[in-house]
Design a protein around this ligand. Structure first.
Ligand SMILES: C[S@@+](CC[C@H](N)C(=O)[O-])C[C@H]1O[C@@H](n2cnc3c(N)ncnc32)[C@H](O)[C@@H]1O
Length: 218
């Protein structure tokens, strides 16, 4: 199933791509993601069974959240973020102004206001390096937070054991073609992707839209 979806995402027929893009939520324009990444989230979400549990860590203005929730209203999307003032992109101020108008910050309440139409979403504010209690097994886990340690190691150690067999793990900002020191090269992301690639509990499907894509196989 994953291979078929990845094939579609990497080489879509133009007419299929047009309908996939039309199905993206309007607030996907605030995503710190490229188009391939958006379509990947949409297609993986769409193919999940009803009742599936998706967890994402790092949501910024909730665009990835909206893409997942809209693609499949029958799944639960549990989203975690610091909801702090740190600018995660060069166009941070511009994105905030467009999303919220003047003088609004990236609080949970303000981000939630962009997601009111998705009743399958739960937003959660976390503190740095304090991992939340979560007692369900996970069908898809998406890591897109600081991409640096100690946060990345902490987050993966906490969440990975909760991923089901045949569950999906996505780690964002994986660009194996970049050299260390280059803009958008994250050594901690590379470290964990290389580690999981060698772990026989995981099948690695490669990089798609700057996500490292894994499936738990045992
Ligand atoms: C690259 S952005 C996420 C982009 C988002 N997925 C999208 O679709 O646009 C990184 C986010 O990770 C959050 N973050 C950073 N450290 C975190 C942590 N320890 N736990 C949860 N979220 C964190 C930041 O607040 C920020 O919103």
């Amino acid at each position: 199933m994953i291979s078929t979806i990845l094939e579609f995402v990497k080489n879509p027929h133009p007419s299929q791509l047009i309908s996939a893009v039309k199905e993206l939520p309007t607030n996907s324009k605030y995503a710190l993601l490229g188009n391939t990444a958006k379509i990947l989230l949409q297609q993986l979400s769409k193919n999940l069974q009803p009742g599936s549990i998706v967890v994402e860590v790092g949501i910024y203005l909730g665009s990835s959240t909206a893409i997942l929730a809209r693609a499949n209203p029958n799944i639960e999307v549990h989203s975690y973020d610091l909801f702090d003032d740190h600018p995660y992109d060069d166009i941070h101020d511009q994105l905030l102004a467009t999303a919220f108008g003047a003088k609004k910050d990236r609080s949970l309440v303000n981000v939630a206001s962009l997601l009111t139409q998705y009743s399958n979403v739960t937003l959660n504010q976390v503190e740095y390096l304090k991992e939340p209690i979560f007692d369900k097994e996970i069908d898809m886990f998406i890591e897109d937070a600081s991409h640096c340690d100690p946060q990345l190691t902490n987050t993966l150690e906490h969440w990975i054991p909760k991923i089901k067999i045949n569950g999906i793990l996505l780690i964002h900002d994986y660009r194996p073609w970049l050299k260390e020191g280059e803009h958008r090269c994250f050594p901690s992301v590379n470290y964990h992707v290389n580690r999981l690639m060698k772990d026989d509990n995981w099948k690695f499907y490669g990089e798609v839209g700057s996500y490292a894509v894994f499936e738990r196989i045992k």
